[in-house]
Design a protein around this ligand. Sequence first.
Ligand code: UDP
Length: 322
Amino acid sequence: MKILVTGGAGYIGSHMTDMLVQKGYDVVVLDNLSTGFREAVLNAELVEGDIGDQSCLDGLFSKYKFDAVLHFAAFIEVEESVANPAKYYHNNLVNTITLLDAMVAHNIKQLIFSSTAAVFGEPEYTPIDEVHPKQPLNSYGRSKYLVEQLLSDYDKAYGLKSICLRYFNAAGCDPEGRLGPRHEPATHLIPLVLQAISGRKEAIKIFGNDYATRDGTCIRDYIHILDLCSAHLLALEKLASGGETTVYNLGNGNGFSVLEVIETAKQVTAKPIKVIECGRRAGDSAELIADSSKAKQALGWQPKFADLAQIIAHAWHWEQKF
Ligand code: UDP
C-alpha cells in the first residue's frame, strides 16, 4: 500500500513513518517543517509542503496514487490554543478540510485521523470510553472534535472512510534511540521532567496542586508511542479490509499524577530534580484515563509498553543525546 503521512517529521508521525516503512509500506511524508524536523524522517521521501496548500496537494495526489492518508499534521499545545484559537482553527480545522477535499477529488477513500483525549473536557466518569460526552476545555480539543464530527458527514456524502484515534498522553520513544521528541521548547510533561533532570532545564514546574485528585496534581494516562503506532497499523488494516468509519480511544487505562511521573523519573534516572509548584495551566482537565476496550476488541490491539518506568526509560535514553 502507498501511504501519505502528513506531519511525518513530527514526534508521533516520525515514529509512525518508521514503523510503516519497517512493515513494508510505501510511505511519503508531507510536512511543512514548522514544528517537524527533516532528520526525523528515516527511509521515506519527505515532501516539504503544507496540508492547507491545495495546489501542493493536487500535485502530490496526481503524482502518487495513495491508498490511504495518516493525518498527524496539527498544532497541539493546549495553552497556546486557549491564547490563540484562530491559529488552531485555521490549521487543525480549515487546513484539514483542504486535505479532505483533495482526498475526495483524487478518490482517496481511507483516512486515519490523529485525535485526542482533549475532545472530552472534564470527565463525567472514568475511565473514558468513546461515547463519553465531548465538551472540550480548549480550542485544541475543539478543533480536533470538529474534524471528528465532519468526518462522519464526509463518509455519508463522499464515501471517505476514516478512523479517528484519540490519543491520551503520547510518551516514550524509539527504544533504539533513533527517534524522539525534538521540538523546543518542549511542552509535555515527561520530556520537561527529563530535561530538568539532565540539566537542560533548571526545574520542573508543577501546574496546579489543588485538583481533586489523590495528591492534588493532574492525572494522565501515558501511552507509549510505539503502542500508538501499532494501533494505527491495525486501524489501517481495518479500513483496507472494508472497515467502517469509527473512533477509538487509545490509552493504557492507568492514570499517573504529575508527582508520580516525577517520582518515577527520579527512580529511573537515579538523579534528583528541582520542582517548582505553580498555579494551574489554562485548559487542563483534572484526570484523563482511557477505556480502550473498543480498540482491543475491534482491532485486536494490545499495548506492549504499558509500564510507566519503561516509557520513561526510553525517553531518558533519547534525552541523554542532548
Ligand atoms: N504539566 C506540568 N508541568 C509541565 C508540563 C505539564 O505540571 O511543565 C502537567 C499539565 O498541567 C498536565 C500534565 O502535566 O496536567 C500533562 O501535561 P502535558 O502537556 O504533558 O499533556 P496534556 O495532558 O496537556 O496533553
